[in-house]
Design a protein. Structure first.
Length: 140
């Protein structure tokens, strides 16, 4: 039977604990950067779809040509913003679970309120993105 050894030297001291905190906060900053990117994608997609929809409605029906590409582009941008944020939020959760388990569990911050605001912001942006997608899709 093989004995599994740890690949990390985790010491129960202040330096390692604060290194853990810095790593957790770096993950949180990265999640907030993903939120910022998603907000940009969702906002730009919504703007493109709405702007060109308004522009298209001002053109007489007889001279309109081609499919509604701007609406499709807007939907793609909004969808990519929402999906990318969902994926990154899942990755953030997996990374935080990793940092809280195994060898790192002994130096981890035991209380969980550090990441709750990040989740709330990510969830709010996801819900706003879904609402924007439905608005453009249903032409509301």
């Amino acid at each position: 039977m093989a004995i599994e050894t740890s690949s990390f030297d985790v010491h129960h001291n202040v330096a390692d604990h604060f290194a853990w905190v810095r790593t957790a906060l770096a993950l949180q900053r990265t999640l907030m950067a993903a939120v910022r990117t998603s907000v940009s994608l969702i906002g730009f997609g919504f703007t493109v779809a709405q702007f060109f929809e308004k522009l298209r409605s001002d053109i007489p029906e007889a001279i309109r040509v081609g499919p509604d590409v701007s609406r499709l582009l807007g939907l793609i941008l909004i969808g990519s913003g929402v999906i990318s944020l969902m994926i990154f939020t899942w990755q953030y959760r997996a990374a935080m679970n990793y940092l809280r388990s195994g060898d790192f569990g002994s130096i981890a911050v035991k209380a969980r309120p550090l990441h709750k605001p990040s989740y709330l912001v990510a969830l709010a942006v996801i819900l706003i993105g879904i609402a924007a997608f439905l608005s453009v899709y249903l032409r509301v």
